[in-house]
Design a protein around this ligand. Structure first.
Ligand SMILES: Nc1nc2c(ncn2[C@@H]2O[C@H](COP(=O)(O)OP(=O)(O)OP(=O)(O)O)[C@@H](O)[C@H]2O)c(=O)[nH]1
Ligand SMILES: [Mg+2]
Length: 194
């Protein structure tokens, strides 16, 4: 059974004019290219290939809007830090993200997807600073936890928790093993209703 039976893809925006109307509540999913954002969305929403996943980094290049229910949405943001794109393209993503964060009053929370093996990168830190500057709650999913031994995953969690120092909540997650899904859904629900 899908957690969000009415969930559906609405549109991909390449420019702010294409963003959906700024009403209801929205939670954005961000992270480095290839971190596992689209996979995390699919597992949280409980739909296969709902958000398109890929072995090729930089797959999600547009701001993808999904509706979860009446007045609630999830947004799959383009991955940042993908090196094999032109500067022009990178600038375009940067300004698209910036505009999205600054102008979106329906935005109720950010889920930041981080590869547990890489820990926080400077891009992630920039993203967290951006959320702080607009007073947005953030939650970090340390994903691909299945790639580490249990002890290594726990110490990664502690390390990130320490660095975040209460700025954002954080958990271990695996789309592959469906680890941490309930916890992630609870956070999503809290953001969407809070
Ligand atoms: N082992 C493992 N692999 C994962 C997990 N989540 C994602 N992957 C793999 O990582 C790759 C990238 O996953 P995506 O979900 O497409 O990543 P993304 O962040 O949406 O990537 P872009 O849209 O390109 O920025 C794919 O090959 C996935 O199968 C996980 O929890 N465990
Ligand atoms: Mg993606």
């Amino acid at each position: 059974m899908s957690q969000y039976p009415d969930a559906k893809f609405i549109l991909s925006a390449n420019a702010p004019q294409q963003f959906l109307p700024d009403d209801g509540r929205e939670v954005a999913v961000a992270g480095r290219s290839n971190a596992g954002k689209s996979s995390a969305i699919n597992v949280i929403v409980n739909r296969r290939q709902f958000a398109r996943t890929s072995k090729t980094p930089g797959r999600t290049q547009l701001v993808n809007f999904f509706s979860l229910g009446e007045d609630t949405r999830l947004v799959d943001l383009p991955g940042y830090g993908y090196s094999r794109v032109s500067d022009k393209r990178r600038q375009h993503w940067g300004s698209l993200l910036q505009t999205y964060f600054e102008d979106r009053s329906c935005l109720s929370g950010l889920i930041l997807v981080v590869d547990v093996r890489r820990l926080l990168t400077d891009f992630d830190r920039q993203m967290l600073r951006l959320t702080q500057s607009v007073k947005l709650s953030a939650h970090v999913l340390l994903t691909k936890a299945d790639k580490l031994k249990r002890g290594q995953a726990s110490s990664a969690l502690l390390q990130v928790q320490k660095e975040l120092n209460g700025q954002a909540s954080v958990q271990l997650f695996s789309a592959l093993k469906r680890q941490g899904v309930d916890e992630a859904r609870e956070v999503l629900e809290k953001f969407l209703s809070g």
